[in-house]
Design a binder for this molecule. Structure first.
Ligand code: MV4
Length: 451
């Protein structure tokens, strides 16, 4: 096992990894920018090292600074958290070239899934159900028109180097395919330096359901059910839950089995998430994320598993301590992502947090790096806390989230807390009856009403 791990991240996810290290008897090294000298992850780690100025490009994204920090502190492995360098295949290669261990999958698997056409071809060949569409890339307009006519409109043109909602263009009818194809290509070339696009049937009212998988890197893998992440705004998840209100045990076992089998067959190592659109009882693969996700705690709550501990174990060459037969979800978990943002615009609201008080009690977990007096810097994303509740069933989880939100105090900056109170009062949300479009439509309606 590793003696010392460097965490190449900040905020609540850095704390999450430090806590796992401490429970495993592993020393932790925090890295930070000059803007984060007073950040909680710096205080909580065993050691901390400054790696550069405030802009992430010169600190949390600086490969030489992070490699140097490992050499100076004697850290043997790097946990990337999410975002920043977590899905950067070149970084993983450099880490390995320096005799260090990246806590995550191989650079080959990251590269494979980072190219969305390759990811889809790979998954399709492994028996994972995919959205109908082009076989691979679409090289020219004639081919785009032919595919549109073949699969039927609406279709969506997606950049192979995109993902997470970046680089997509909708064509509602044949009249729109030329513009959609040409703009998608031009934008993909400008944004990613790669113009390649593919085409899919556009699903009108799906849910976003993702399967948590875990590979041991030796051909073994398990799944830990699904998360429903349909409540999003501008491709940013707002609230996630496990299990999905739309999925039963038999469906979970079937799609979970397909996903675990797929990652086992490619020899995948570590945590991964296979994203699907789910409509009319069918799953359609869209992307695979090769990192630990922000919303992993809802899975941890219902499966009673420490996913970061498993990541570290697998990276150190130890076997998974998970057995598929023992993995049964218990109860229901919901995560509210609390951002320092002003409603209704969602404009970032950095600044001094005068008072911070975290809720507690049975079934409540607060993952946050806030403290009273902390000054939220303007340079990074606006997530300030994840409030995760667990109940025996969905109704209990909802009541618990309501109760916990009432105990939470974040004073001095605006936050998205009021959004969750309003959401939990909505009959559609209480029933679990929502698609990927529900939140944006509801926000548009609320704004119109308030004038
Ligand atoms: C789609 C789709 C409908 N049909 N693909 C957006 C993010 C990226 N991961 C994939 N996305 C979508 N792909 C087909 N064939 C609708 C979306 C989409 C979406 C997906 C998940 C969650 C929220 C979304 C919001 C708008 C569009």
């Amino acid at each position: 096992m590793f003696r010392k791990i460097l965490i190449a991240n900040r905020g609540e996810i850095a704390l999450r990894v430090i806590r796992a290290c401490r429970e495993m008897g592993i020393a932790s090294v925090a890295v930070h920018s000059t803007a984060d000298s007073d950040a909680m992850h710096v205080r909580m780690a065993d050691e901390a090292i400054c790696i550069g100025p405030a802009p992430a490009a010169q600190s949390y994204l600086s490969v030489p600074a992070i490699i140097s920090a490992c050499e100076i502190t004697g850290a043997e492995a790097i946990h990337p958290g999410y975002g920043f360098l977590s899905e950067n295949a070149n970084f993983v290669q450099i880490v390995e070239d320096h005799g260090l261990t990246f806590i995550g999958p191989s650079s080959e698997h990251i590269r494979m899934m980072g190219d969305k056409i390759t990811a889809k071809e790979t998954m399709k060949a492994l028996g994972v159900p995919c959205v109908p569409g082009s076989d691979g890339g679409v090289p020219d307009l004639d081919e785009a028109r032919r595919i549109g006519a073949e699969i039927g409109y609406p279709v969506i043109v997606k950049a192979t180097a995109g993902g997470g909602g970046r680089g997509m263009k909708l064509a509602r009818s044949a009249a729109e395919i030329d513009v959609a194809f040409q703009t998608a290509r031009a934008e993909a070339r400008a944004a990613f330096g790669n113009p390649d696009v593919y085409i899919e049937k556009y699903l009108q009212r799906p849910r976003h359901i993702e399967i948590q998988v875990f590979g041991d890197g030796r051909g073994g893998a398990v799944h830990l059910g699904e998360r429903d992440c349909s409540l999003q705004r501008r491709h940013q998840k707002v609230l996630e839950e496990a299990p999905s209100p739309a999925i039963d045990a038999a469906t979970r076992a079937r799609i979970g089995g397909i996903c675990a089998d797929a990652v086992a067959r490619i020899g995948y190592a570590g945590a991964g998430t296979i994203e699907f659109l789910y409509e009319d009882g069918e799953f359609y693969f869209i992307e695979m994320n090769t990192r630990l996700q922000v919303e992993h705690p809802v899975t941890e709550a219902v499966f009673g598993v420490d996913l970061v501990r498993e990541q570290i174990r697998v990276a150190a060459g130890e076997p998974l301590s998970l057995d598929q037969a023992d993995l049964q979800p218990l109860g229901h978990a919901i995560e509210a992502r609390i951002n320092a943002e002003r409603l209704p615009s969602f404009a970032p609201c950095p600044g001094r947090v005068n008072t911070f008080h975290a809720p507690g009690g049975l079934g409540v977990r607060m993952d946050s790096a806030l403290y009273s007096g902390y000054v939220i810097p303007p340079y990074y994303d606006s997530l300030i806390a994840k409030l995760i509740v667990h109940g025996r069933d969905r109704d209990e989880a909802i009541a618990r989230l309501h109760r916990a939100l009432g105990e939470l105090i974040v004073d001095g900056v605006d936050s998205t807390v009021p959004l969750f109170r309003a959401l939990l009062d909505e009959p559609d949300i209480r029933r679990g009856d929502y698609s990927i479009h529900w939140l944006e439509r509801w926000l548009a309606r609320s704004e119109a009403q308030e004038g």
